[in-house]
Design a protein around this ligand. Structure first.
Ligand code: SAH
Ligand code: SF4
Ligand code: F3S
Length: 452
């Protein structure tokens, strides 16, 4: 079999981890489509399975190995006719070890090398044993990805920055994704226009430190994220822009001002703080204090009073005492988050914090429970505070039950409306009537079509 014959082949892609992996999975699918690969919903009977993996916490990694075990059985049942590729951050971190531990894996490809997939697949067909490519190649993978992408939908994700130079004590990302690099402005704008032409109305700009974006502009100068988003705001048909994930130290004055000046920027910001204790922030190598975070939140609320915040928290980082944890709880109480993600610290091989004395698991678990209970209360309070509002909703598709359509508020809340025609891609005014724990119910205020 060669990679140029055109018999349709079945491709199944499993995605773990962050939105950047979601974007990468979509691009890998785009890359393989011209080779005759069509995506299928289940791995059974697939010619190729891509497991796009995450290495951020131990549990994420364990999931990969248990899934690989199941794929092995399927592959055997198919007489070996299933190519298994492991991509993403576990592939990058484990490379050779993974190929040894799971010898039935045919390809191990890192997040910076997947543009070479077609050639790697051809190699894998010729060779026994795994083909491994975990290079950080000098060429930008974005220059080697195809222009014709499948539509992602009304809300589309666009990676504009990759890698991280910050080396937080707990985190594997600088090792799995490499050094910080920004895509050139022209390439981002071209992809934005393509996405809009395919139906995107909201674009989420992605990067591990997306607010550190510094891409080469068409004039040769370096563009900031604020400048890039200002240019994007001029693209007709694009209605909403947001960006994730950001580091507090890269919230520049210009970016804060963009939340006032850029009408398409949604009033919602994911800004991970991790801890409210200065001692722990120092141990984490975050290079800012809890008060710096408070000041950023305050300044953003000044320029954009309806802005809502989400964040990430780690409890039980080495050295965290009850008092440090209390400082985190105090920061949460003062800030009021609309949404949050929280985790117990998971020691990751090769990261500085992993070799320090660890906080007892029971203490970590208890702290996480307490913290999540508080965050849950804040999320509920935020959702309830939107009841009664007349607010624009971007419709993304049908709801779970017949006669329902679903969309998103400006603050990323799922909104469900009873309506019998398809409004996908339209922004309509909705009156919010009720808040469920994870969604809002509303009625359409028929008159206004804000954008289609
Ligand atoms: N670039 C982002 C984070 C990416 S990782 C930032 O700077 O904030 C997503 C989240 O996973 C982190 O914000 C952190 O809360 C969590 N995380 C990362 N490493 C972790 C670890 N070793 N244990 C537990 N949680 C971790
Ligand atoms: Fe990880 Fe820190 Fe970089 Fe975020 S800023 S990706 S937490 S090292
Ligand atoms: Fe996971 Fe890699 Fe994203 S470790 S969170 S998939 S950058």
């Amino acid at each position: 079999m060669t990679t140029t014959d055109r018999t349709p082949r079945k491709l199944h892609v499993v995605t773990h981890g962050c939105q950047m992996n979601v974007y990468d999975s979509a691009r890998m699918t785009d890359l393989l489509r011209p080779l005759g690969y069509e995506t299928v919903e289940a791995p059974e009977g697939a010619d190729m399975v891509i497991l796009n993996t995450c290495h951020i916490r131990e549990r994420a990694e364990e999931k990969v190995f248990s899934q690989l075990g199941r794929l092995r059985v399927m592959k055997e049942a198919q007489g070996g006719n299933m190519m298994i590729a492991v991509t993403g951050c576990v592939a990058q971190a484990e490379g050779e070890v993974l190929a040894k531990r799971a010898p039935y894996v045919d390809l191990v490809v890192g997040p910076q090398a997947y543009h070479r997939l077609p050639e790697l697949i051809a190699q894998a067909h010729r060779k026994t044993g795994a083909v491994i490519d975990t290079d950080f190649p000098a060429e930008q993978k974005f220059d080697h990805l195809p222009d014709d992408a499948a539509p992602q939908g009304v809300v589309s994700y666009l990676t504009i920055q990759e890698g991280c130079d910050k080396f937080c004590s707990f985190c594997v990302v600088p090792y799995t994704r490499g050094a910080e690099a920004s895509r050139p402005v022209a390439s981002v704008l071209a992809e934005t226009r393509r996405m809009v032409a395919l139906g995107a109305r909201e674009i989420a700009l992605l990067g591990q430190n997306v607010n550190a974006y510094h891409g080469e502009g068409p004039d040769g100068s370096t563009w900031s994220l604020a400048r890039l988003m200002d240019k994007m705001a001029g693209i007709e048909g694009l209605e909403r822009i947001r960006y994730t994930t950001s580091h507090p130290n890269d919230m520049s004055d210009e970016l804060i001002a963009a939340h006032r000046d850029n009408a398409k920027l949604t009033p919602f910001l994911h800004l991970p703080v991790q801890s409210g204790s200065d001692k722990i922030l120092r141990a984490m190598n975050r290079k800012h204090k809890a008060d710096d975070f408070r000041r950023i939140v305050e300044r953003l609320r000044d320029v954009r009073p309806d802005i809502a915040f989400s964040s990430d928290f780690i409890v039980g980082h080495p050295g965290e005492t009850d008092a440090d944890f209390e400082a985190t709880m105090a920061l949460i109480r003062e800030t009021n988050f609309a949404l949050a993600y929280s985790f117990t610290y998971s020691p990751r091989p090769g990261t500085p914090a992993a070799s320090l004395p660890q906080v007892e698991q029971a203490a970590k678990d208890a702290r996480l429970q307490e913290l999540q209970a508080l965050l849950r209360t804040q999320q509920d309070a935020f959702n309830i505070s939107t009841v009664g509002l007349e607010t624009p909703v971007l419709f993304t598709g049908s709801g779970r039950y017949p006669g329902q359509i679903a969309g998103r508020s400006l603050w990323l809340q799922p909104v469900v409306v009873q309506h019998d025609s398809d409004l996908t891609g339209q922004i309509r005014m909705v009156k919010i009537n009720h808040a469920n724990p994870n969604s809002l119910l509303g009625t359409l205020l028929d008159k206004e079509l804000i954008a289609a």
